[in-house]
Each structure stands twice: as C-alpha cells, then as structure tokens.
Design a protein around this ligand. Structure first.
Ligand code: GLN
Length: 338
C-alpha cells in the first residue's frame, strides 16, 4: 500500500488518534442543491475538505481527494492527469461525489466508500462489514515471504508451502501470499459469511481461485477441524481478532459502526482466538511448521507465558517483530516436535 494509505490508517487507528473523535453524532447531512460555480476537481476537493473539517471528519483532505479521484477513475488525486484537475466535471460526476461524500460524513471508512483498496499491490474489493486490511498487516505478509524464501518445503520445490489462514476477511493475506508464491496453495477460513463470499470474489478478481480453498468455518468449534483438506500445513498465518474487549468502545466510529466486531474483539485479554489457534496447532501443523500472527503490543509477553505453561504443545515463540510505528506486533511461533 502506498504511503498515502498508510497515513490514512495510521491516523485513523493509531494510538494517538484512537477515540479522539468520540462523541460525534451521526451526520444529519441532507442533500443540497448543486454548488454554483464549483466544478473542477481541485475546487471539489477543497470544498469537501472544508465540509469534512467543519464536521470533525478525520483525514478530511485525504478523504475528499480519494473520493474525487475515484469518481474520475484514478486511485489517488496525485495520479490524476493534471489536465483533469481544472476541467469541469459532469453533473453526474458531481452527484456521485456528493453521494460518496455524504457517506464519509456518516463516518463510513473511505475503503468501504470506494469499494476497493490496495493491499500488497493487489486491488481488493471492500464491502462492509468485512474487516478492512490494515497497512501493518502488509508487514506480516512480508515477514512470511522472507521466511518462506529461506526454507524449503516438502511438497514441491522450495517456496511452495501449504498455508492455512485463520480469519481471512477480504482474503488480503491469503491472496497476497498466493500472488507472490506461485507454487503455493492456501486454505482460507472465516466464520463470517460475508467474509467468505468477499474472499471468493477477490480470488476470482485476481484469478487466484485455483490455488485457494475457501471454507466457511468457525475455528472455535471443535468438529470443524476434522476434515482439513490437503492434510497438515507448513504455515498458519492469522490476523485474528485481538483487541482487548474493554478497548472496543474506544475504537473510532469508522471501525465501531461499520466493521464486524467479531473480526476485532479478542475477548478479555484479546487472546480468545489466539489461544484457540495455538491449542489447535499440533493438529494443524506439520512437525516443524510455523505460525505467524499479528497481535497487540501487549501480546508477545502474554503469548510467551501462555506457551510456557503448555509444554505439551511443543510450540516456541521464536521471534517478535515490530510494526512501522515501532510496536511489537508480529509473532513467529514454531513447532518443535521432539
Ligand atoms: N489493528 C486493528 C485495529 O486496530 C485490529 C485488528 C484485529 O483485531 N485483528 O483496528
């Protein structure tokens, strides 16, 4: 994801801003008559930036630039041909910008407004309430790819691990791994129906449907794991729900009102799904298989002591990585069967 996208998310979900906009009621925006004299892309961006700022909408300028660029068929305002900055827009385009901006006034995340978002260079469809992939998760994918490059796998040639993703959401992690590991196969599971159908859609969109097995499954339900296709896997990767339950209320309205809480809320210590994945690992993983997880910065310690109290799982926390904000966010856990 380009820097702009990173900024948008860092501002929206970073610790400094989290909850800073609490207290804003939903918009009472009403359709208005066309704005006389306002017709170029640059003017529209300035106009909606001012409206958003007045209404306390975070990332006012970025939001309006994304919306105007989208309506003009570009991903970013910067990538628009300069000739389009000053050219008058059609009334249909103006209406469309107005409609999309009204959604932003209701605190809808830009990713849902545009209906697509980039992750690891892939353009993915985004549909509420399916979890929107965050830029830091790209770092998890990059770590997995680095590790894969250093190891050889039994099935096929080096660089062709069999991967299981728990909680695939839009399919961002699975599909970006598949796109960069042309020999690999992925089993992607999610308990949400909307997530499953969005992952299907994104897999088709990217022509990766032949190497992904998408399964509607709640991994906390024991029975569901008895028929894993393709046998034990080399890697388990997951960005599970890991927010501490008591922190859920602090989330920005964009997240709280539009994203599926089941993809965010990890229970009292954010560990509910993490511990399920770890407890199942001996059944899911090959003998020296690995688990890569995205977690909260409080989790490396919690996970480490949880694993120490369960030696029978033969799992070791072998590495912790920081995200681009310098917070410990990614775990590599390895199975070491004696
Ligand atoms: N990083 C996400 C957020 O802060 C939470 C991701 C998750 O629970 N998997 O909104």
């Amino acid at each position: 994801m380009e820097l702009w996208g990173r900024m948008l998310w860092a501002l929206l979900s970073g610790p400094g801003r989290r909850g800073s906009t609490l207290g804003w009621a939903f918009s009472s925006w009403q359709p208005q008559p066309p704005l006389a004299g306002l017709s170029s892309a640059t003017e529209l961006v300035s106009h909606w930036t001012r409206v958003f700022e007045k209404r306390g909408i975070p990332e006012a300028r970025e939001s309006s630039e994304y919306i105007v660029a989208h309506v003009l068929g570009a991903k970013t305002f910067q990538s628009l041909r300069p000739a389009l900055w000053t050219q008058p827009l059609t009334s249909q385009q103006l209406q469309c910008i107005r409609e999309l901006s009204s959604r932003r006034l209701q605190r809808m995340p830009v990713q849902y407004i545009l209906g697509e978002w980039d992750f690891q260079g892939l353009s993915l469809r985004m549909v509420p309430p399916v979890f929107i992939p965050r830029p830091e998760t790209e770092e998890l994918v990059e770590w997995v790819l680095e590790e894969v490059a250093q190891r050889s796998y039994a099935v096929g040639s080096p660089g062709s691990p069999l991967i299981l993703e728990v909680g695939c959401g839009s399919g961002a992690i699975s599909l970006s791994l598949l796109s960069q590991l042309p020999q690999s196969r992925v089993i992607a599971v999610d308990k949400g129906e909307a997530a499953i159908s969005l992952t299907h859609e994104n897999a088709q969109r990217l022509q990766l449907q032949d190497r992904i097995w998408i399964i509607h499954l709640d991994m906390t339900s024991e029975r569901s794991w008895t028929h894993l296709p393709w046998g034990p896997v080399d890697l388990v990767v997951s960005n599970p729900p890991y927010i501490f339950h008591q922190d859920m209320e602090q989330l920005a309205p964009e997240i709280r009102s539009y994203e599926d809480p089941a993809a965010l809320d990890g229970g009292e210590e954010g560990m509910d799904i993490i511990t399920h994945i770890l407890a199942l690992a001996p059944r899911l993983l090959k003998d020296s298989g690995s688990i890569f997880l995205e977690v909260d910065p409080r989790h490396p310690e919690l996970v480490s002591s949880w694993l120490q109290s369960r030696p029978e799982l033969y799992l070791n926390l072998v590495a912790v990585r920081k995200d681009f904000c310098g917070r410990s966010r990614f775990l590599h856990i390895q199975r070491s069967r004696p």
